[in-house]
Design a protein around this ligand. Sequence first.
Ligand code: AP5
Ligand code: MG
Length: 244
Amino acid sequence: MGSSSLNLEDVSSDSLTTELLRRMKCATQPDKRLILIGPPGSGKGTQSPMIKDEYCLCHLATGDMLRAAVAAKTPLGVKAKEAMDKGELVSDELVVGIIDEAMKKPSCRKGFVLDGFPRTVGQAQMLDEMLEKQGVKIDKVLDFAIDDVILEERITGRWIHAASGRSYHTKFAPPKVPGIDDVTGEPLIQRKDDTVAVLRSRLEAFHKQTKPVIDYYWKKGIVAKLHAEKSPKEVKDEVQKVLS
Ligand code: AP5
Ligand code: MG
C-alpha cells in the first residue's frame, strides 16, 4: 500500500505511539554512515538490524537486494544471477547503481548501514565520489574479523527469511518454531549459495577483492576491528562500544 492511501485512523494507537516514540528518539540521534565488511557468515546481516534500530539508520544489504531482484526476475536480477550462483562478485556498475538509488530513501535520512558493500576498491572509490557530492563521508568501517574455518558451520546451518533478510541458524540462533520466521510466521529458506562448494569461491572473492577494501579505509583511520568469532551478544556489545 502506498503511503498516500494510508488512513491513519485505521492504524492502531499502539502502532502510532510506538512510531511516535521512535521518531522522538531518532530526532536527537546524530547522523551515522557505517560500512560492515567481513567474509560470508561473519555476522554482518545478524548485527545490522540492531545497529539500524539503535541509531535510526537504514540497512542497505546489496546481497538481499540482488536476491530480491533475482527472485523477481528483473533485468538486474537476470544479469546478477550467474555470478551469484557461482559465488563470484557481480559488476561494480550494477551494485553502485542500486546503492545510489537506495540511499535516496527517506529511511536513510539519518544515515545508513552498508552491509556487503563496497566489496572492491573500485566500489569504495565510487562510493566516496557519491558521498563527496552530498558533502558527507563514512564515519566508521566495522571489520568483522574471523578465521575462515569457523564459517562453514555458520553458512551451512543458516536459514533466512527471504523478504526481510533476517538470519537464523539451526544451532546458534534457532527460530522459535523450526523453519518459521519469528516475526511474520512465514517459511524460512536456505540460500542457494550456502553450500560448501560455493562458500569456497565466496571466500576466495573476499580475500582477493574485498580484503583490500579494509586497507583502503584503514589508511583513512576509520576501521574498527571486531572479534566476529565471539557470540552474537558479545559482538553486539563490541559494536556498541565502538559506536558510542
Ligand atoms: P551477501 O548476501 O552479502 O553474502 P556474504 O557477503 O557472502 O555474506 P553473508 O550474508 O553470507 O554473511 P553475513 O555476514 O551476513 O552472515 P549472517 O549474519 O547471516 O552476498 C551474496 C552475493 O551477492 C555475493 O556472493 C555476490 O555474488 C553478490 N554481491 C552482494 N554484494 C555485492 C557487491 N557489493 N559487489 C558485488 N557482488 C555483490 O550470519 C551467518 C550465519 O551465522 C547465520 O545463520 C547466523 O545466525 C549465524 N551467526 C551470525 N553471527 C554469529 C555469531 N556471532 N555466532 C554464531 N553464529 C552466528
Ligand atoms: Mg548477509
